[in-house]
Design a protein. Structure first.
Ligand code: SF4
Ligand code: SF4
Ligand code: SF4
Length: 296
């Protein structure tokens, strides 16, 4: 699928609407007309910070689309908090998978407000997937990092491994959660809910290679987490002001070293589980033996 702006998408949907009026209903036509084969080409998201007006339509659309979740759990509303930033809620949580960050920067002696959506980056080599001991987290061929909540054992390795602090642990359900790039919508040819809701086209979903080319040709500052993740992220930020004050500073790292480090963390986890199991069995056997001795 090519990069699709909201306007192009609405045009397409409008055309289908006309067909629908002439024939059967729009609702009958829409799923078939928008259905596209599941591409294996990596997808991405371009976030143009210059276009974002901080309206939070994406934040609201995310919660609205994902609640209740396909597996039945609701995403609860959060209390707003007055902090030194207008970002509200101040951070991601198990019930907020996307948050619009507000940042004040000084440019040429003038104060400027920057707004940008913050959410899972759908990394090219996701650390969360590497460390997950049960295979609950998966990277699909189209680049979307999704997860199966039934396989999640709540070990929280992914939470520690994510270099961007995206993964959120829910104490109630004992599960983790994050943005799933609206895979249910993408699979039926629709745009992610946040992209569709954005009134200024600050968010653009499409093929990663095309979005990267567009970003490189824009002449703006570009960020895609290459200093954190081997291969970078599928979410690309663009701004006309330097990104350093608003996004984590890129630090060159060896992706092989990073991946190996995470494998070690995962292996240590397995060893830990094995040790706990062995100790428990030893204690059961020892208790049983002592009870037997007392009886005799
Ligand atoms: S940003 Fe974090 S949670 Fe998202 S894919 Fe990358 S490592 Fe996983
Ligand atoms: S892609 Fe879907 S799940 Fe991810 S932030 Fe946008 S609306 Fe939320
Ligand atoms: S909907 Fe678009 S303009 Fe509004 S806050 Fe989100 S990214 Fe920015």
């Amino acid at each position: 699928m090519e990069g699709v702006s909201r306007r192009e998408f609405m045009k397409k949907a409008g055309l289908i609407g006309v067909v629908g009026v002439a024939g059967t209903t729009l609702a009958q036509h829409l799923p078939k007309a928008l259905a596209q084969p599941l591409s294996r080409k990596p997808k991405g998201l371009l976030i143009d910070v210059d276009r974002c007006i901080g309206c939070k339509a994406c934040q609201v659309a995310c919660k609205s689309h994902n609640s209740p979740l396909p597996w039945g759990r609701p995403l609860k509303p959060e209390h707003t908090e007055l902090t030194d930033t207008l970002t509200n809620p101040p951070s991601l949580s198990p019930h907020t998978w996307s948050v619009v960050r507000f940042r004040e920067v000084i440019e040429n002696g003038e104060v400027k407000w920057l707004f940008y959506q913050w959410r899972c980056m759908h990394c090219s080599n996701p650390a969360c997937v590497t460390v997950c001991p049960t295979g609950a987290l998966k990277k699909r061929p189209d680049g979307l990092v999704v997860y199966d909540p039934d396989k999640c054992i709540g070990c929280r390795y992914c939470e520690s491994a994510c270099p961007f602090g995206i993964m959120q642990y829910d104490n109630e359900s004992k599960r983790v959660s994050k943005c799933l790039m609206c895979f249910d919508r993408v699979d039926r040819g629709a745009l992610p809910a946040c992209v569709e809701a954005c009134p200024t086209e600050a968010l653009k979903f499409g093929e990663l290679s095309e979005l990267l080319a567009e970003a490189k040709n824009s002449g703006k500052h570009m960020w895609r987490g290459e200093g954190f993740v081997g291969g970078g992220t599928s979410v690309i930020y663009l701004t006309s002001v330097p990104l350093k004050p608003i996004l984590p500073e890129e630090k060159p790292v060896s992706s092989t070293l990073m991946t190996r480090g995470r494998e070690i963390v995962r292996d240590l986890g397995y060893i830990g589980i094995a040790l706990v199991t062995a100790t428990s069995i030893a204690m059961i056997v020892s208790n049983w033996a002592s009870r037997r001795e007392v009886k005799e």
